[in-house]
Design a protein around this ligand. Structure first.
Ligand code: GSH
Length: 198
């Protein structure tokens, strides 16, 4: 059965990393465009949005929340998670680190110019870009973990997309920009992005 994604219809949100990874897996899915705390919001909890938050994914009556868990679960279900336990844990840690970046960037954009300046210096240029560059320097495949794309690649792509779109002054160059281009050129990801006019 087709997965059903409960979220709002916007690229700038946690639902998009799930869409990107489902696209990469070759899945098609249905969407329930959840209104932000509007009509229908309360009806989602607790069976779908367990704790009143989305995104939530429902597959064959099984509902799951936490975007990072959802993409890693989908990867496992479709044989796209590394079998080696340490590599799999590395993928998961990267997916959750992408969430850290998303939160830090979102908070800074919300708080204003001083917070943006600190974010760009301390978080963006100070730790996330160097951290990613270190992973990419060790990579022989171009992917963050192992020799094939994993949710680590798409979730970081998406978190970076959000930072570039919402944090004034955020720019990207070098190996992380090259990784970004590599992800966007994956045929299924490219087709998905084109279908959204992106
Ligand atoms: N850690 C969760 C965060 C989920 C989350 O906070 N979702 C927001 C929208 S992006 C939400 O539904 N918030 C509901 C609320 O604040 O009432 C994840 O990664 O999925």
């Amino acid at each position: 059965m087709r997965p059903v994604l409960h979220y709002w219809d916007t690229p700038l949100g946690r639902g998009e990393q799930i869409r990107l990874w489902m696209a990469e897996l070759g899945l098609t899915w249905d969407e329930v465009a959840t209104p932000w705390r509007g009509e229908g919001w309360d009806a989602l909890a607790p069976d779908i949005a367990w704790f009143g938050a989305v995104p939530a994914l429902v597959v064959d009556g099984f509902s799951l929340v936490q975007s990072g868990v959802i993409v890693c679960w989908l990867a496992r279900e479709h044989g796209r998670m590394p079998v080696d336990g340490r590599l799999a844990a590395t993928v998961e840690a990267l997916v959750w680190s992408a969430e850290d970046l998303r939160q830090a960037g979102g908070l800074a954009a919300h708080r204003g110019p001083d917070a943006v300046r600190d974010f760009l210096r301390d978080d963006w240029r100070g730790r996330f870009l160097p951290g990613l560059e270190a992973f990419l320097a060790r990579s022989t495949s171009g992917w963050l973990v192992g020799d094939a794309p994993t949710p680590a690649d798409t979730s970081f792509w998406d978190a970076i997309d959000q930072v570039l779109a919402t944090v004034p002054g955020a720019t990207l160059e070098g190996p992380v920009a090259e990784h970004r281009a590599l992800v966007a050129a994956l045929p299924r990801i490219a087709a998905y992005l084109a279908s959204k006019g992106r």
